[in-house]
Structures are given as structure tokens and as C-alpha cells.
Ligand binder design. Structure first.
Ligand SMILES: C[S@@+](CC[C@H](N)C(=O)[O-])C[C@H]1O[C@@H](n2cnc3c(N)ncnc32)[C@H](O)[C@@H]1O
Length: 356
């Protein structure tokens, strides 16, 4: 027994436990508007934070003390707490791309799912995205929507679509577009707003996600976007789509091979498939060293792998199961001949343009 190792590991385990507790407290601060109440206010006393947020001072003071202990908010003495501009950007600003408060959205509901997950370990069958939403309580769709909305609204049309030669011109002129596994439909709605001449279709398997897609389309007032339940209407294999996108979902599919074939058959002879999927280095040794490895594997056990194993015989790739060579092989098996990784830097994802 190595005493140093024991001490090092016990600190690491306690750090993990404290991280979970702090996550819960960040969730509370975001949910109750505490960070927003302190944003751009300078040093502020607990009474004033409580007053601005409409909450009871004694609980707010204890929460502030925890935030100071965790190093998120600064304690300046004399009862004054300070949310620095940097902490404000990360915890109080909703539309800022670098904002992190949204990562904690629906934290209790998503954590509650832990009680369901042991069943998957025992049976080998995962919880699908539609099953997980059946009770309407997991909040996963809502969480993903809030997490990714700024990226779709500020980056997709502005910086990603122009990387596919000639695509923006095609969409301006009018094209048929599909987004498979479209989640809450933010990408579809954003693109439909940007390209009113084109006709956008989202496909989803989760009913609550589809409801959210339709709400988002109505709210944005777009009339060139429609959404389909894959259980009722499959992607039509009629060579009519000149652009198909899959954002963060190939690895979630129980049958990515079937998905690739369906996309191939849906596409015009010179169409394009934009794949955005998690970056994988191809080996566990390298993957566990990636900066977001812990988040990725945890999201996999609780979400992506669950989805990909939700049918008996599901492919079960998991979040890091499709490194570029495996993704290329998957597309080539379906008939695609051109595969290009796009030069776009992203903390978690790789981008591929795939063509027949
Ligand atoms: C990680 S989420 C990504 C959602 C969305 N593309 C986004 O970026 O916000 C994966 C999505 O794939 C959907 N999905 C899983 N299997 C599917 C299938 N066979 N057909 C259509 N959608 C599916 C899930 O319901 C879920 O919404």
C-alpha cells in the first residue's frame, strides 16, 4: 500500500464528491437568479442579493458562503461578496457562447435518472431518448436546447455552413434540407430563418423533442420548416435532399449503418451530408487524456450509450466510439465516396463533409 497514492486518491475522490455538490449549488444559483442578481453590481451584501432576487437573506448568505468557499464568488470582508466580470460572463450571461450556467440546467432531474441506469447495466439494454422523456421529467431535451442554442444561433450559419463550398449559395437559391436527430429543432429553425427559399425537415425519435421543435418553429414564425417522427415517417429515399445534417447524433443511433444508407438514398447525386460528432482519438489511452474526457464518458454512460444500446443488438458506439476512420468506413459502406474532415476547431466535436 502506497500511502502517498492513498492520500492523493482520497483527495481526488473527495474532489469529485465536492464537485457534484457544487454543481447542485450552481444549479440553484442559476435557477433562482442569484448570479444574475449579482452581475455587474460590484461588491454586494447578502441582504441586497436577497432583495434583488426576491429570496430569504439567511439562505442566500449560506449559499454565498459556499460560493466563496468553492472559489466561484469572491468574499471581500465586511459581509461583501463579489461576482467578478469573468464569473459573471460564465455564470450570469445567457447568450454568451462561453457561458457555463446552462450546463447545470435541470441538474436534479438529470441526476434522478441515475436510479434508472443500473437496469441497463444488468440487462444490456439502454434507455432510449424517447423512453427517457416519457415521464416528461428528465429535462434532457431542455438541457440540450439551452446548452446548444447559442452555438446554433451564432456559429452554424455564420461559420460552419460556409465551410462547405457552394452550400450557402445553394441554400439561398432554394434546396431541400434534412436534419436527422434534430433534438429540439433549433438548428432547423435557425437555418430556416436564414434561408427562406429552402425547405427544411427535421426527423426525431423522441416525442417531447418533436413537440419542442414545433414550438420553436411557431415562436420563430418560420413556415419553411416541418418536423417528422421517424416512427411514422422515415427519411424518404427519393434522392431529393441536397443537404442533410446530423448534429451530435450518429453515435447515438442504434443502427448508424441504416442511418447512413437512408441518408445516401435520400440525397441528390451531388448532395452533401454534414456530420458533426464527438472527436475521438481512436484509442482509450488517448481518449482519456482529452480535456473533456470525463464529461464525454459520463454523458455516454448516462445518455449516448444508453440511446445507442436501446434496441437489442444496438451498435453501442458510445460518445467516443466513432473516430474519423470509423466514421469514414461507415459512410463508405453506405455508398458515399467523398469524405472530408473540415478544418473547424471545437472543444468536443469533429466536422465532416460526406458526398456520394
Ligand atoms: C445528442 S442529441 C442531439 C440533438 C440535436 N441534433 C442537437 O444537436 O441538439 C441526439 C438526438 O438523436 C435523436 N435520435 C436518436 N436515435 C434516433 C433515430 N433513430 N432517429 C432519429 N433521431 C434519433 C435523439 O432523440 C436525440 O434528440
Amino acid at each position: 500500500m502506497d500511502d502517498n497514492k492513498l492520500s492523493e486518491l482520497s483527495k481526488r475522490i473527495m474532489g469529485a464528491y465536492e464537485g457534484a455538490l457544487v454543481s447542485g449549488m450552481v444549479y440553484l444559483g442559476d435557477e433562482m437568479g442569484l448570479y444574475r442578481a449579482m452581475h455587474e453590481q460590484g461588491p454586494i451584501a447578502s441582504e441586497e442579493v436577497a432583495g434583488r432576487a426576491g429570496l430569504h437573506e439567511r439562505f442566500v448568505r449560506e449559499w454565498l458562503s459556499l460560493q466563496a468557499a468553492a472559489g466561484l464568488i469572491e468574499y471581500q470582508g465586511n459581509g461583501l461578496f463579489y461576482l467578478s466580470p469573468e464569473a459573471g460572463l460564465l455564470l450570469a450571461e445567457e447568450d454568451e457562447l462561453r457561458s457555463m450556467a446552462r450546463w447545470f440546467d435541470n441538474f436534479p432531474q438529470r441526476t434522478a435518472l441515475l436510479s434508472e441506469i443500473p437496469r441497463s447495466f444488468k440487462t444490456g439494454i439502454g434507455i432510449s431518448w424517447s423512453d427517457v422523456e416519457k415521464g416528461g421529467t428528465s429535462g434532457r431535451v431542455q438541457w440540450m436546447e439551452r446548452l446548444l442554442r447559442p452555438w446554433y444561433e451564432q456559429v452554424l450559419v455564420q461559420a460552419v455552413l460556409p465551410e462547405l463550398d457552394g452550400l450557402v449559395e445553394e441554400l439561398n437559391a432554394g434546396a431541400r434540407v434534412a436534419d436527422v436527430g434534430c433534438g429540439s429543432g433549433v438548428a432547423v429553425v435557425t437555418m430556416a430563418e436564414a434561408f427562406p427559399e429552402s425547405d427544411f425537415h427535421g426527423w426525431e425519435i423522441a416525442p417531447l423533442a418533436l413537440d419542442r421543435c414545433r414550438e420553436n418553429a411557431i415562436q420563430a414564425g418560420v413556415t419553411n420548416a416541418s418536423f417528422h417522427d421517424v416512427n411514422n415517417l422515415q427519411l424518404p429515399e427519393d434522392n431529393s435532399f441536397s443537404f442533410v445534417a446530423t448534429f451530435d447524433c450518429v453515435h447515438d443511433m442504434t443502427s448508424p449503418d441504416e442511418l447512413a444508407t437512408a441518408i445516401y438514398n435520400s440525397m441528390t447525386a451531388d448532395g452533401r451530408w454534414l456530420i458533426v460528432d464527438p472527436t475521438s482519438k481512436g484509442s482509450l489511452e488517448e481518449n482519456i487524456k482529452m480535456p473533456l474526457a470525463v464529461f464525454g464518458y459520463a454523458a455516454s454512460v448516462a445518455g449516448c450509450l444508453q440511446s445507442a444500446m436501446s434496441d437489442p443488438g444496438g451498435a453501442g458506439h458510445g460518445v467516443f466510439g466513432l473516430p474519423a476512420p470509423a466514421m469514414q468506413e461507415l459512410t463508405e459502406k453506405a455508398g458515399f465516396t467523398r469524405f472530408r474532415q473540415l478544418d473547424i476547431a471545437h472543444a468536443m466535436n469533429s466536422y465532416y463533409e460526406v458526398r456520394p
